[in-house]
Ligand binder design. Structure first.
Ligand SMILES: NC(=O)c1ccc[n+]([C@@H]2O[C@H](COP(=O)([O-])OP(=O)(O)OC[C@H]3O[C@@H](n4cnc5c(N)ncnc54)[C@H](OP(=O)(O)O)[C@@H]3O)[C@@H](O)[C@H]2O)c1
Length: 296
């Protein structure tokens, strides 16, 4: 059984401490994000749980404090489906924090029925990718000021099936939940690649992560039979704690390849589409245009 677990999730541990460091983890009230936040807190970091539901966020804060005994863990409201909320979150971070060493862009919505964000973007594209793109843009000065610092974008192996539909990024012509999810996760890898180039030599490094197949609430929008199937194979997939390993590996391990894609705590090959510099640049420029920002 332990060999099987090793195949599902290679063991990883590190004794690196984060005393005096500050981290933001989006979508940290449950699943992979909560385990990521807990581990960072256990290492002594100040951790900000950036969540849209403050009741769930406060519960997660008290769970983490009770488990790891670090009281320097706080919740702050962030709805990635609303650029106003993202601005308010960033403003509070600048008002309260002197430093930001680790930004984990973890929150995600998967395979939901068609809906749009407050700004009219298709929800999976808007939350998983564009919301995190905007959040990173707003927090960039603090990240640079805190260098060495890191940004970790939680993507997925599903990015392999993704295509960036430049003529229909928000799926207005046609919506397919799986394709929209895959597009958003491909966009995360392309963003990682382009951002790494832009901040080269500034002490800020950027990584894209595939957490693997993890037993979390990510199945909430899936059809009942698929949810039951996932439950029935839950012993064969990663626990949320195991699902957080690669994110933590990228947050902590020295001398990783900035701009790289990581899976099972090692650098991995991403798709050909995700390695295309022209697509990465084009997506970057269009994202700036959609958000009305200048980022060059
Ligand atoms: N689980 C897997 O097998 C798997 C595989 C590959 C990649 N991933 C990726 O891993 C990341 C974490 O997923 P998970 O498996 O831990 O899923 P999860 O248990 O469903 O957690 C997702 C988190 O994202 C938050 N979120 C959703 N929409 C948000 C919004 N508009 N603003 C702020 N937060 C929002 C959720 O908040 P609420 O609780 O309020 O909804 C929740 O905290 C996601 O990016 C996902 O795509 C997961």
């Amino acid at each position: 059984m332990s060999n099987l677990r090793y195949l599902i999730s290679p063991r990883w541990s590190s004794d690196i401490r984060l005393d005096g460091k500050t981290a933001v983890v989006t979508g940290a009230n449950t699943g992979i994000g909560k385990e990521t936040a807990k581990d960072l807190a256990a290492r002594g970091a100040r951790v900000i749980l950036a969540c849209r539901d403050m009741a769930k966020a406060e519960q997660a804060v008290s769970d983490i404090i009770n488990e790891v005994g670090n009281v320097n863990v706080v919740a702050q409201k962030l709805d990635l489906a609303d650029t106003k909320s993202i601005c308010q979150f960033a403003e509070q971070v600048y008002n309260k924090e002197k430093y930001l060493h680790i930004l984990v862009n973890n929150a995600g919505v998967a395979l939901c029925p068609y809906s749009t964000t407050a700004d009219g973007f298709e929800t999976q594209f808007g939350v998983n990718y564009l919301g995190h793109f905007f959040l990173t843009f707003l927090l960039l000065d603090l990240l640079k000021h805190s260098a060495p610092s890191r940004v970790i974008n939680v993507s997925s192996v599903m990015h392999f099936t993704g295509k960036i539909l430049f003529d229909d990024l928000s799926s207005k012509k046609r919506y397919h939940p799986v394709k929209a999810y895959a597009q958003s996760k491909l966009a995360n890898v392309l963003f990682t690649r382009e951002l790494a180039k832009m901040v080269e030599d500034l002490g800020l490094t950027v990584y894209a992560v595939d957490p693997g197949l993890v037993n979390t609430e990510v199945t909430r929008h899936m059809m009942k039979p698929l949810q039951l199937f996932m439950k029935s194979i839950s012993v064969l997939i990663k626990t949320p704690k195991e699902g957080a390993y690669t994110t933590l590996y990228c947050a902590l391990t020295p001398d990783l390849q900035s701009g790289g894609y990581y899976s099972n705590c090692a650098q991995a090959l991403c798709s050909r589409a995700a390695s295309d510099d022209c697509t990465a640049r084009k997506l970057w420029l269009i994202s700036c245009h959609l958000l009305g920002i200048r980022w060059s």
